[in-house]
Design a protein around this ligand. Structure first.
Ligand SMILES: [Fe+2]
Ligand SMILES: [Fe+2]
Length: 393
């Protein structure tokens, strides 16, 4: 059923949407909520995103295209489900954590705290931000289940698409669990502030602008799985440099999962390019025009109005996830899907192809220019996640 938000004009699929800017800050939003005399309105505002989301377009995939996903049921079983690891042999968080039932538990915890004692605060900001992103998993499962033609219609649907989504979620669930427990045991971070941030973030949701459209949705997840692969891979390398080999192993193991998930989502999009190259190209161009938002872009800790921006700045400075990575991912996907060689596109499709195939160098140039204009003054910012200690942005 093609439902649309009632205040929206019908926008053609895959076209860039106007952006509604809202200057409200989370603090203002919450404060004004408390003062409001309208009780229904105020209680709603307390749990809506601290920042207004974009104009929300829904169900942009033409209904006849939903059939494509039905016809790919067997393909999905053979190509996607084959990429999952059996639960009985797969790793679990407990494989990397001190064993609470053992005599040596306290010594293991002591060793862990010894290892993490000297790791710098800015690294913890990155690791906590990554962990919070993983912990908002309910949002990502919800997002996948917004997609027409592939959603889990019952919660226990036996379509290959639904089986994949649940199994993917179950694999992902170990990432936040493991990082959360490890960070808790270090004693270096303010768990209560972190838990508040997770609660705010899950309550806020996310706005990936994928329009219930599996073409857009799977391009988004292809991009995101690679982004998390890069980011966890970098936190692994840093942990190794700081001498915590167990933490390096943890981040590396999570990164390997992300890589496998990236393989699955890029396979879906590769298949879409094969069966419907024109609309898949338009979808890719549309996502890139809108820019791929990070899954935790609505994060808030009850204090910092620009928490995600500040966390991203630290990740950029440490090289955990950078603007260059964004351009590299785009370039990687263009190569992975062999987009330059796709022939027989419509005029519109060819323009989209030109756009995506030449975008990465343009992003890099813009980034270099922005970087050179930046004042080199070191700005320090307190993070509630580490007891308000200040970290350079
Ligand atoms: Fe993950
Ligand atoms: Fe992931």
């Amino acid at each position: 059923m093609a439902l649309r938000t009632n205040f929206q004009p019908k926008l053609s699929p895959f076209l860039s949407n106007p952006v509604k800017k809202d200057p409200r800050s989370p603090l203002v939003s919450v404060a004004s909520t408390v003062r409001s005399s309208n009780r229904v309105d105020s209680s709603k505002k307390l749990f809506t995103p601290p920042r207004e989301v974009h104009v929300q377009v829904t169900h942009s995939l033409p209904p006849q295209k939903i059939e494509i996903f039905k016809s790919l049921e067997d393909w999905a079983e053979n190509n996607l489900l084959a990429l999952l690891k059996p639960v009985h042999t797969n790793w679990q968080p407990q494989d990397f954590l001190p064993e609470p039932s053992s005599e040596g538990f306290y010594d293991e915890v002591k060793d862990l705290r010894e290892r993490t004692k000297e790791i710098p605060d800015d690294y913890f900001v990155c690791l906590v931000g990554d962990m919070i992103t993983e912990e908002a998993l309910p949002t990502y499962q919800t997002m996948l289940n917004t997609l027409d033609g592939v959603r889990d219609e019952t919660g226990a649907s036996l379509t290959s698409w639904a089986v994949w989504t649940r199994a993917w979620t179950a694999e992902e669930n170990r990432h936040g669990d493991l990082l959360n427990k490890y960070l808790y045991l270090t004693g270096r971070v303010d768990m209560r502030q972190i838990e508040k941030t997770i609660q705010y973030l899950i309550g806020s949701g996310m706005d990936p602008r994928t329009e219930n459209n599996p073409y857009l949705g799977f391009i988004y997840t292809s991009f995101q799985e690679r982004a998390t692969f890069i980011s966890h891979g970098n936190t692994a390398n840093h942990a190794r440099q700081y001498g915590d080999l167990r933490l390096a192993q943890i981040c590396g193991t999570i990164a390997a999962d992300e890589k496998r998930h990236e393989a699955a989502y890029t396979k879906i999009v590769e298949k879409l390019f094969e069966v419907d190259p024109d609309d898949t190209m338009l979808a890719f161009a549309d996502m890139m025009r809108k820019k791929i938002s990070m899954p935790a872009h609505l994060m808030y800790d009850g204090r910092d109005d620009n928490l995600f921006g500040n966390f991203s700045a630290v990740a950029q400075r440490l090289g955990v996830y950078t603007a260059k990575d964004y351009a590299d991912i785009l370039e990687h996907l263009v190569g992975r899907w062999k987009l330059e060689g796709i022939l027989g596109l419509s005029g519109e499709g060819k323009r989209a192809q030109d756009f995506v195939c030449t975008l990465a160098p343009r992003i890099r140039r813009l980034e270099e220019r922005a970087e050179s204009r930046k004042t080199k003054r070191a700005e320090m910012m307190p993070f509630s996640w580490i007891f308000d200690r200040k970290v350079q942005l």
